[in-house]
Design a binder for this molecule. Sequence first.
Ligand SMILES: [Zn+2]
Length: 310
Amino acid sequence: MVGAIADELLVNTEAGRQVRTILGYNLSEAAKWADCIRSIKKEDDFELDHAPSGECKQFAPPAEQDRMENYVERNWSNCASRPPGGCHTEYHFADVDIRRDGYSRQFIGTGPTDIVVAINSAVLVLQGKPPLERISIKDRKEAILLIAHFVGDIHQPLHVGSVYLNEKGELVDPDALPKQAWALSKINRDYHTRGGNSLVFSSGQKLHGVWDSISWNHDKLAPFVARAKAVPPTQAQVDMLAALWASESVKLSRRAFDGLEFSDKGDDHKWRISASDPGAYKTKVDEIQKAQVAKAGARLAELLQQIWPE
Ligand SMILES: [Zn+2]
């Protein structure tokens, strides 16, 4: 939906023409790519176990499949401690404590493979420069595929802001601990709530999932395009955009945690959570999601128009 909004905003613009020429399809398709590649696992080789279908069917042609496999291979073990799905799965988020005033690489939960670095790396590739640090992006098409997805993710509050909890379900400030190896491994092992994936409602639903899925009608694009047109430009250099947007999301994430109560940590390393007013919480989620989807669409278009002005 974020891609579809940006497609509309870029009709008859230089950025719109460039994107279509480089990609061969729209941003609404491109935005799914970074999730479609999650099905590629390392067996003997990096290979899709079946041809992309459903939401990923755009990437079914052999050249597109090769591109996916090649990207995953280059971005599999280029991070400090590789997650089971490969290092590229880290590019979708950061985990900044919700009490910080914004995003900074000084803070716990950020790093050389976080979402801000990923967007900035892709921007550099679009500018004809090498990507930052560890992330491998081979060409402009790959850069646009990543940007189309990550600009959506960076506007989802649970993709940037996080809480760190002790065994009693009390907030721990990860940035107040000494920046030493023992503290970092304790944070990761004991306090990390993994973007809300370790916070579970009694229904079994993860908090992250509540924020990632939408329960409102997303078939009607026009109201969102209208709303996106009203989003004021960020007014910053293109290499500053991701950090500014992440900072907004850190602040917004406080509202996502407002009205939630945390239980003791369970034996499964998860915390049960409940909303003090479930109805009000649901209304708040819907409102924030709608605003953020429109904003992300506007900003995807904004970023690409900074790369390719009229
Ligand atoms: Zn994502």
